[in-house]
Design a binder for this molecule. Structure first.
Ligand SMILES: Nc1nc2c(ncn2[C@@H]2O[C@H](COP(=O)(O)OP(=O)(O)OP(=O)(O)O)[C@@H](O)[C@H]2O)c(=O)[nH]1
Ligand SMILES: [Mg+2]
Length: 360
């Protein structure tokens, strides 16, 4: 993070002036809310514009609807790969190596490292900064840490928009790293096309995986730190659990891959497993289905947020207090009152109380 608090793409920080050549300095991006300009620059690959847009998204800026509208045409252009697993299992190291593998194939890559514990800073997690340093000077890689704390919808609220920003900036692949605590890993699965769950020997991970419902979300299991004792047992455990899982014909059977990320070993196998899953998604029409499910969750979260805000604003107004007085006096039941409130809000916001939607 720079001294001003504005996050910067690691290593791709540029200076803004070009006064030497008498070229007028480009308008500043740092504090800008000029969304068309920012999107145009992000499209052209300007890392500062990408950073700025993600900051606006992350902070829930009032320009969010405008940003979303400007980025809508680029939806679904990147392959979104989620990586999750216990703290310290090797997610950042694996991400770093995957970036290398993807770059060697000529892909533009975006990385979002979601930190569910730290408050919103727009800053980077120090450990990740060190582990992903390899790509600091590569203009084909955008790396950004985000905090999910402070967002009502957690990870699900801001991350899809940040992914859109990276898609808009021309990333072919977006890797999303989330620490597997609480709800986070399930959420990462809901926003990724392919979800990698990392395990390490001797962490009791395999058993925990089942408890936490990880088995259902994993498309690929990576047994990392395979240089340590117990890797074989971990692979066996997880394969045993996969064998027990019920699967219809043609359904995806999670792949299990070993890796020693710290030495770059097994990363090609991980990349191959991702490709294979991608092929299956496309072949089965599952990719579109996942994208639509993701869009549904996104729209729902936005609508609920708007509804909550609207009801909040009614709380002090006469509409709710009138209904409340009737309910308190026993002349109206609370469900009927809630129906009236919703009908009122729907009529207000659409100007179209018939309940029909407008097609774009
Ligand atoms: N022995 C061994 N150590 C590894 C391997 N991969 C990663 N490590 C080490 O494990 C530690 C944690 O790695 P990270 O990549 O930061 O793990 P992480 O899952 O991103 O951690 P958090 O983001 O803090 O949850 C580091 O010291 C790595 O060097 C591996 O394959 N073998
Ligand atoms: Mg990490």
């Amino acid at each position: 993070m720079s001294q001003t608090g504005e996050p910067s793409w690691w290593g791709t920080k540029g200076t803004m002036t070009d006064a030497v050549n008498n070229v007028p300095a480009a308008p500043p991006v740092r504090r800008s809310r000029d969304i068309p300009m920012l999107v145009e620059r992000a499209r052209a690959g300007d890392p500062r514009a990408v950073a700025r847009l993600i900051t606006l998204v992350e902070s829930g800026d009032e320009t969010l609807p405008q940003i979303a509208a400007a980025l809508a045409p680029y939806a679904g252009q990147a392959q979104v790969v989620g990586l999750t697993g216990s703290p310290g299992v090797g997610k950042s190291t694996t991400t770093n190596e995957l970036v290398r593998a993807l770059r060697s194939r000529g892909h533009r890559v975006g990385v979002l490292a979601i930190d569910p514990s730290s408050p919103f800073t727009g800053g980077a997690i120090l450990g990740d900064r060190v582990r992903m340093q390899d790509h600091a000077t590569d203009p084909g890689v955008y790396i950004r840490s985000m905090s999910s704390r402070g967002h009502l919808g957690g990870l699900s609220a801001a991350t899809p928009q940040a992914v859109r920003v990276l898609e808009g900036a021309g990333c072919d692949v977006v890797l999303v790293e989330t620490v597997g605590v609480g709800q986070a890993e399930v959420e990462v699965a809901s926003l990724a096309d392919t979800t990698l769950v990392l395990l390490a020997p001797g962490m009791g991970d395999a058993i925990q995986a089942v408890k936490a419902g990880i088995l259902e979300i994993a498309d690929v299991f990576v047994v990392n730190k395979a240089d340590r004792d117990g890797a074989d047992a971990t692979v066996r455990d997880i394969q045993g659990m996969i064998a027990l899982g019920e699967r219809g014909p043609g359904q995806w059977r999670p792949a299990v891959v070993r890796a020693v990320a710290v030495r770059g070993e097994g990363i090609d196998d991980v990349a191959a497993a991702i490709d294979k899953h991608r092929g299956w998604l496309v072949e089965r029409g599952e990719l579109r289905r996942r994208q639509e499910a993701r869009a549904a969750a996104e729209v729902e979260a936005i609508a609920l947020g708007a509804l909550r805000a609207r009801i909040g604003s009614l709380r002090d107004g006469t509409e709710l207090s009138t209904l409340a007085a009737w309910v308190a006096a026993g002349s109206l039941d609370p469900y009927a009152a809630a129906d009236q409130l919703l009908a009122q809000i729907a009529g207000d916001s659409t100007g179209n109380p018939t309940g029909r939607y407008e097609r774009p």
